[in-house]
Write a protein that binds this ligand. Structure first.
Ligand code: AMP
Ligand code: GLY
Length: 425
């Protein structure tokens, strides 16, 4: 079979890497891909917002299945378009992807189905939002309704900070139409985890638990990023917690959508806050997480192609999933300055040395070829991922490997999975 992976980050590299292990996969294409993906797939240069061009390519090259990494094509209806032409594209249709595309939609949906989440109010009026924030006090969380590349959420420690966030979103319109509405919500304390499932709208096949690290610096300091590292499993997600997540969140969500006439197919990702052992939804995503997918794919002990086909063909009850017992830790190497301004084109060294290390996979994110060299081409550059008998071993291996890699300005967090092993490096 031929598969097209849409996207070009670490998540897409991990998806392509796992697909390449399937005996039924003959060829993988990736648009746009990166230097790492190019080793296992043919990278093609189609603008991923151009759904017609992607569809033409899929028809012309007889591609059997498309898997989309990022949310943007999903929220813009790539699956609807492909399905109209009878083409398989794993992911939710546009209406279902609203769970990620609109925080107001997601909050109202959760309220309708009693899915545990922070208390909130949605506003279109700046004055009313301001008044509500004053009444509630701090800490408080301000969220732009629409997609804002992970930058539209502000956990405000003071009322002043909350007001600045409201001004930025609603007055200065920093996120454009994504900020026409805001959600003001209660700030929840606790430990975060990511919980992802495959679903065909009827059956739900959970993935292993994982956790990412959103802040740029150690000890969760500094601004939010796309994710500086992740690990799986997340020990805070005990079997008991997992059951609560399935019973109170995943099953009601899929059932609720179905009741509203929306079939959710693909990956549903819940960002969870665990407060005294009780799970609350911070956000829904309509896709695989980045970087959670990197540790998840290295642990997945099943054929990703078979799972994806059983999702698109709505026979997920036939699929099986297993997880390697080892733990996996992914440490992201980022460009100097990221998540702010950064330079690209820096030569990366050490990749060959790491290639020979056992149970290490370096997933590429922002990399490109420049002649014979592999150079940086984005903010997040590599996701050095290691398996180990437990989190501590996986983590030690990941850090040993990343220590051999170098590019000018490279930085990475030294405390990925630190909490899970009860210590910081
Ligand atoms: P989101 O995009 O909604 O997941 O928000 C990004 C990050 O903001 C989350 O991973 C949390 O760290 C934080 N966050 C979001 N909502 C809340 C909340 N209600 N209470 C505390 N922290 C939150
Ligand atoms: N790791 C966070 C995300 O994928 O949204």
């Amino acid at each position: 079979m031929k598969v097209l992976v849409v996207g070009g980050g670490g998540r897409e590299h991990a998806i392509a890497w796992k697909l390449a292990q399937s005996p039924r996969v003959d060829k993988i294409y990736c648009s746009p891909g990166n230097a790492g993906i190019a080793e296992i797939a043919e990278c093609i240069d189609i603008d991923i917002s151009d759904h017609e061009a992607l569809l033409d390519f899929v028809k012309y090259d007889w591609i059997d299945l498309t898997i989309t990494g990022p949310e943007e094509p999903l929220t813009k209806g790539i699956v609807d378009r492909f399905e109209r032409e009878g083409r398989r594209c794993m992911g939710p249709v546009k209406e279902a992807a609203m769970l990620e595309a609109s925080k107001v939609f997601a909050k109202e949906f959760m309220r309708r189905y009693n899915i545990p989440s922070a208390e909130y109010k949605a506003f279109t009026s700046y004055l009313h939002a301001e008044e509500y924030v004053r009444m509630k006090g701090a800490p408080i969380v301000i969220k732009a309704d629409g997609l804002a590349a992970g930058k539209g959420v502000f956990v405000a420690e003071t009322v002043d900070e909350a007001m600045s966030a409201l001004r930025l979103i609603m007055k200065e319109k920093a996120f454009g139409p994504a900020g026409e509405r805001v959600v003001v919500e209660e700030c929840l304390g606790g430990e975060e985890a990511s919980y992802l499932v495959f679903t065909d709208g009827k059956t739900i096949l959970p993935m292993a638990s994982s956790q990412d690290h959103k802040r740029v610096y150690d000890n969760d300091e500094g601004p939010n990023t796309g994710g500086m590292g992740a690990y799986s499993p997340a020990p805070v997600v005990t079997p008991e917690v997992e059951k609560k997540i399935m019973d109170r969140i995943m099953k009601p969500a899929i059932r609720g959508l179905k009741k509203e006439g929306i079939k959710y197919k693909g990956v549903l990702y819940a960002g969870i806050m665990l407060k005294d052992g009780e799970p609350y939804v911070l956000e829904f995503n309509c896709r695989f997480g980045d970087p959670e997918t990197q540790p998840l794919m290295t642990r997945l002990d099943a054929d990703l192609l078979e799972i994806a086909l059983s999702v698109t063909d709505e026979r997920l009850h036939e699929a099986s999933i297993g997880w390697r017992p080892e733990a996996s830790v992914c440490v992201v190497a980022a460009s100097g300055g990221y998540p702010g301004k950064y330079e690209t084109g820096k030569v990366i060294t050490g990749l060959d040395e790491v290639k020979n290390m056992k149970d290490i996979v370096v997933f590429h994110a922002g990399t490109a070829y420049e002649g014979q060299d592999i150079v940086t081409s984005g903010g997040r550059v590599l996701g050095v991922t290691a398996l180990g008998s437990d989190i501590r071993e996986a983590r030690d291996r990941a850090y040993e490997a990343i220590g051999k890699i170098h590019f000018e300005g490279m930085h990475y967090r030294k405390d990925i999975a630190g909490r899970a092993v009860g210590a910081h490096r």
